[in-house]
Design a protein around this ligand. Structure first.
Ligand SMILES: [Zn+2]
Ligand SMILES: [Zn+2]
Length: 180
């Protein structure tokens, strides 16, 4: 398994290739652990171009897909490799071995046998990824309201204003929280 330091400056293409190669290597480890999987074809790798999902397994097409924009960030890259790679391959393995679908006991047992915690979701901050709706903080007389980027832009460009549906006050931009 190739190990990559956070300081290594790889391009997105190189990172994608690394994930593709590592997926094949991880699948070999699955086969070594569960020899019955040796009769299954090697899973193909596809890429998701948007959204907050780190990965997906297509049981019928025998494909695992990973979120390509996440690879740009070192923390996203570290989430996908190895956690998401193993998570999605475990879906294929558990389906082939036990007819498992979803995050059931069979899938969990495969994850544990491969040395991973059977968690359903990643904890990566997905703000700013393509296809992830950003929300903007505004306030009125009764509290805070989150607006979509479309509405936020209309306000910023002076095209229109919005009022709170309860207190009827005009929504104004709230102080933004600093996030590191
Ligand atoms: Zn899953
Ligand atoms: Zn209000």
């Amino acid at each position: 398994m190739r190990q990559l330091g956070a300081e290594s400056h790889q391009t997105l293409v190189e990172r994608a290739r690394t994930v593709e190669a590592a997926t094949g290597e991880w699948w070999m480890l699955f086969v070594a652990t569960y020899p019955e999987l040796g009769t299954a074809p090697h899973p193909a790798v596809e890429w998701l171009s948007r959204g907050s999902t780190a990965g997906r397994a297509d049981l019928l097409r025998w494909v695992v897909a990973f979120n390509r924009p996440m690879l740009r960030r070192p923390d996203g890259f570290r989430t996908i490799l190895p956690d998401t790679v193993v998570h999605e391959l475990a879906h294929l393995a558990a389906f082939r071995l036990y007819g498992s679908r979803g995050h059931d006991a069979a899938w969990q047992s495969v994850m544990q046998r491969m040395g991973f915690a059977p968690t359903r979701t990643h904890t990566l901050d997905v703000t700013g990824l393509p296809g992830v709706q950003r929300r903007w903080r505004y306030q009125c007389g009764c509290g805070e309201v989150m607006l979509s980027t479309t509405r936020h832009r209309r306000i910023e460009q002076g095209q229109r204003t919005y009022q709170c549906t309860r207190c009827r006050q005009r929504l104004v931009r709230a102080p933004q929280e600093r996030t590191g």
